[in-house]
Ligand binder design. Structure first.
Ligand code: ZN
Length: 462
């Protein structure tokens, strides 16, 4: 029986190889665009050679020759950059009809990953809320090239039993037979959880360290210290939702934490130095909190760039939800004060040389579907004082490094996947130009954005 299975597997593998050889396209030369490498370097009138889905050379037209037989793609006047990376979101819960854990099906996750790809997002980190029965097969199928979409990286969740995620999410998580969030109370069960995670080959653990304003139990220091220690022994990285203040952020740094997927708003130079020592990243994740009742804030969903890829009924539903929100309190921070607060943190982190990635937390709560928010997040960081060049690095190379994907993506360099975001205008001049998408390529193949738009919005509003 074993032998028969092996034979069948080998046969399939050979068939797949034959198929791949027959399908292997000619090398492609993307020519004439301004190339933003992703690490700050810019090549005007560039040429980017792609073979079998990977970049083989990048340089200036004239310096790098187009190989014989290569297909030429003229991108004169365009700007090419790496696809974006959203280092904090939650796939599966939101669809165009609403938000619930019951939406977490293979089909809906694939639809979400397609939507992210449509918006030029090449990889995402879904932070601790994914049922492994559905998420792991999707990752395997993506790795084998059987399905496309933004590359899905998931974390196993950890927190006190029955606590961690926001109340709404926590209630929804209860429908899964095996919760994506593992309960940890101290040293022993934290180490046990890491062993279970290691057996599943999940490379990242997300731990919640917050009492949610006194409404929940909070992960104890001895539990997260053991979790991080045991994770590092197993080659697993640990990131945290730590939003109760600087003392927690620093204690997590002392324990060796690898990433903060929410802003550390009161960050100081000492924290920055600790995070830098750990080679940790911070994803400020400001957009989710900047959706509702903030004085001076326009509803995010009225942007035509968002509306082009959703049915009008979804926009109408968001409008109705927005209308139900309480008006801002009289002493609420203004929009400008919110930007300044985020800006102070970002400045301290940048001065300390801390890696900043973009993270949106899209999908964690209703009515903020992953995809479009990555662009919104970049705009918020510019409004908070980063230069467009710095934000573009955060959204590409730094995101890839944060997720351990930097051998595959994050910059346009030889050996990496040809995941290209082609824009009609240079986002260094105006970060909103990331929304002027001309084309998106995954592994050198153009994504059919028109077909996706039709899937989501059969009767376009514009
Ligand atoms: Zn989150």
């Amino acid at each position: 029986m074993r032998k028969v299975q092996f034979g069948a597997t080998l046969g399939l593998a050979l068939l797949a190889l034959t198929f791949a050889a027959a399908q292997r396209p000619a090398p492609v030369a993307f020519e004439g665009a301004r190339i933003l490498v992703g690490d700050g370097r810019v090549i005007d009138n560039g040429i980017l050679l792609v073979d079998d889905g990977r970049i083989t050379r990048v340089g200036r037209v004239g310096d790098v020759q187009r190989p014989q037989g290569a297909t030429r793609v003229d991108l004169a006047g365009k700007t090419v950059m790496p696809t974006l990376i959203d280092a904090h979101l939650h796939v599966g819960y939101e669809n165009t009809q609403g938000w619930t854990a019951r939406n977490y099906t293979r089909d809906n996750v694939l639809d979400t990953l397609d939507r992210l790809a449509y918006y030029g997002v090449g990889a995402v980190f879904s932070a601790g809320t994914d049922p492994v029965e559905i998420a792991l097969p999707i990752q395997r199928d993506q790795a084998a090239g059987r399905i496309g979409g933004a590359r899905l990286v998931i974390a196993a969740g950890a927190g006190p039993p029955g606590a961690g995620p926001n109340g709404t999410l926590l209630k929804e998580l209860a429908i899964f037979p095996r919760s994506p969030v593992h309960g940890i109370t101290g040293d022993a069960d934290a180490r046990q959880v890491v062993k279970e995670v290691a057996a599943l080959r999940i490379p990242i653990i997300k731990v919640w360290v917050t009492d949610r304003g006194g409404t929940q139990a909070k992960t104890k220091p001895e539990a997260y210290r053991a979790l991080i220690d045991e994770a590092h022994r197993n080659g697993i990285r640990v990131v945290a939702h730590a939003t109760d203040g600087l003392a927690d952020a620093k204690d997590l740094a002392r324990a060796g934490l690898d990433g903060y997927i929410h802003g550390v708003l009161d960050a100081d130079a000492e924290f920055a130095a600790m995070a830098k020592t750990n080679n940790a990243f911070v994803a400020p994740a400001q957009g989710l909190g900047l959706r509702g009742a903030v004085p001076g804030l326009q509803p995010w969903f009225e942007d035509a760039f968002f509306q082009e890829a959703v049915p009008p009924s979804t926009i109408e539903r968001y409008r109705q939800q927005q209308a139900k929100l309480n008006p801002p309190a009289a002493n609420a921070l203004t929009l400008q004060q919110r930007y300044e607060r985020a800006g102070r943190m970002i400045k301290v982190l940048q001065e300390g040389g801390v890696r900043i990635a973009i993270g949106t937390d899209a999908g964690a709560t209703p009515d903020y579907p992953p995809g479009y928010p990555a662009h919104r997040e970049m705009d918020i960081y510019v409004k908070s004082g980063m230069t467009p060049e710095q934000v573009l690095i955060a959204a590409t190379r730094s995101g890839a490094e944060a997720l351990g994907l930097d051998k595959e993506m994050g910059t346009l360099e030889a050996g990496k996947l040809a995941n290209l975001l082609v824009l009609d205008a240079d986002p260094r001049a105006d970060i909103l130009n990331t929304r002027k998408i001309f084309r998106v390529y995954f592994a050198g193949r153009e994504l059919d954005r028109a077909a996706l738009r039709k899937r989501w919005n059969p009767s376009p509003t514009r």
